[in-house]
Every structure is written in structure tokens, then in C-alpha cells.
Design a protein around this ligand. Structure first.
Ligand code: IPE
Ligand code: IPE
Ligand code: MG
Length: 237
């Protein structure tokens, strides 16, 4: 931890929390048991990242494609989400800022209300930023931003030639935040699955062969250490 502590300061880390279903199935348990365990790991990672002085974390909790799953699994994930959103009120005391990334429209009124309360209640906090991506898709996010800019053009308040990268980034759910320095995907899969497509342009990718419910602080230490050995050039030399 001592080493991680120095190197993790100021980072933005993206977590693709994957492998919950396989973790449960390997134990002969229903997939939802994996989501329950995965949510506990999420909570511990928030605590640990805070201790390490990480600036921002983004957790991929539910994608725009995850609605394809059986209704019983989606319902179980939404129940867990509600439970953790309620618990998030504690985070207020910890000075974390909580932001929900994604299209909230199809979520239940109860979840929307909880999200609004948490975002509003933590918006002036100066500690770590915790982004939770729910009904999030990188393509949906960019489409949503394009629509917002198009609306201003149609109203006559924006000239298309004024649109630049900064302006588009300002319409993303992550507006005003730094891009992720590295994105971590456990579970052995080596893909983004529609996560932070715009923001990951120069992110480092770290894939790990551990399922998310088995992910520990030691795994994060190892990931940070690997990140520190990468040479980021951003197109330079
Ligand atoms: C990630 O674990 C959680 C969500 C996508 C909601 P999975 O449920 O995808 O687990 P695997 O990949 O099937 O093992
Ligand atoms: C990505 O995992 C989404 C989340 C972790 C929330 P998936 O399990 O949905 O991704 P694929 O289907 O393996 O690409
Ligand atoms: Mg998966």
C-alpha cells in the first residue's frame, strides 16, 4: 500500500466490474449471488481508492446492452442498485462527490429520485469523485452530446464551425472531469464493451484474470504498479 499510495495520487481509474455471473456459476450459485458479492467489492474499492488519494473512480455497473439479460437478473441488479444508492448517503460524510453516468430515462422513479438526491447532496464535496455508470453506453453518451449541440444549432445559438472537442466533451456525462488514466478490466475479457469510448482515447488498459467478486486491494496495488511502468506519450516521443 505504501508504494501504491504515492503513485495513485491524482489518478482517475475506470473499473469494468466484470465476472460476477461466472463467479457465482462456478460455485453452483445463482448469478445474482455474484452481483451481491461484486457490490461488496465495489464498496471496498471505493474505500481503498479514497485511502490511496485517487482523484476519481468510475465504476461500470450496468450497460445500455445489459437490458438484454433475463428480467429476473435485471431486477436483482436494480434492487442492489437501490440498496447501494441508499447506503451512498453515508458517503456524504466522507466528502466524496457522486455522479451517475448514463441515460436515466428508463430507470424507475424511485431510483431516479435517489440518484437526484445523491448527486445534489454531494455536488459541492471536494473529495474523491465517484462516477457510477448505470444504463451507460459510450455510444449513447456521444449521441446524447451530439443531440444537445444540434439543438443549439437549430435554435440558432451555435454555429457548427464553433464545435470543437472541448465543447463536445462538455456535453458528455463526465463534463469537467479528467479522462481516465487507466481502465481496469478483470474477468479475463479484453474489450471495452462500450465503456468510456471518448474518454479512453489515451487511457492505459489493464486486463486481469480475476473475476470481479474475487478482486482485492492487492489486485489494485498490482494494477497501479503495472500502470506506473507504462510509458504514456500521447502521440509525442
Ligand atoms: C458484470 O458481471 C456485472 C454486469 C454486467 C451487470 P457479469 O454479470 O457480466 O458476469 P459474467 O461476465 O457473466 O461472468
Ligand atoms: C460490461 O460487461 C458491462 C459491465 C461491467 C457493467 P458485460 O459482461 O456486459 O460485457 P460483455 O457482454 O462481456 O462484452
Ligand atoms: Mg460479463
Amino acid at each position: 500500500m505504501a508504494e501504491s499510495k504515492e503513485s495513485a495520487k491524482g489518478l482517475h481509474i475506470g473499473f469494468i466490474m466484470d465476472g460476477n455471473g461466472r463467479w457465482a456459476q462456478r460455485r453452483g450459485l445463482p448469478r445474482t449471488a455474484g452481483h451481491t458479492k461484486g457490490a461488496q467489492v465495489f464498496q471496498d474499492m471505493v474505500k481503498y481508492c479514497k485511502q490511496l488519494g485517487v482523484e476519481a473512480v468510475t465504476f461500470y455497473a450496468f450497460s445500455t446492452e445489459n437490458w438484454k439479460r433475463p428480467k429476473s437478473e435485471v431486477d436483482a441488479i436494480m434492487r442492489l442498485l437501490k440498496e447501494y444508492l441508499r447506503r451512498a448517503f453515508d458517503y456524504k460524510k466522507e466528502d466524496n462527490r457522486i455522479i451517475i453516468l448514463g441515460d436515466k430515462t428508463p430507470l424507475s422513479d424511485e431510483i431516479k429520485k435517489l440518484m437526484a438526491e445523491i448527486e445534489e447532496g454531494t455536488k459541492d464535496n471536494k473529495g474523491m469523485t465517484i462516477n457510477v455508470a448505470i444504463n451507460y453506453g459510450g455510444r449513447e453518451e456521444i449521441t446524447h452530446a451530439a443531440r444537445a449541440l444540434a439543438r443549439r444549432v437549430a435554435e440558432g445559438t451555435l454555429d457548427p464551425d464553433q464545435i470543437d472537442e472541448e465543447m463536445l466533451a462538455g456535453e458528455l456525462y463526465t463534463a469537467g472531469q479528467k479522462d481516465p488514466d487507466f481502465i481496469l478490466r478483470p474477468s479475463g475479457e479484453k474489450r471495452l464493451s462500450n465503456f468510456m469510448l471518448w474518454q479512453s482515447a489515451y487511457a492505459e488498459f489493464i486486463y486481469m484474470d480475476v473475476l470481479w467478486p474475487d478482486f482485492t486491494r492487492k489486485h489494485l496495488d498490482a494494477a497501479i504498479e503495472e500502470y506506473c511502468h507504462r510509458s504514456r506519450r500521447f502521440g509525442g516521443i
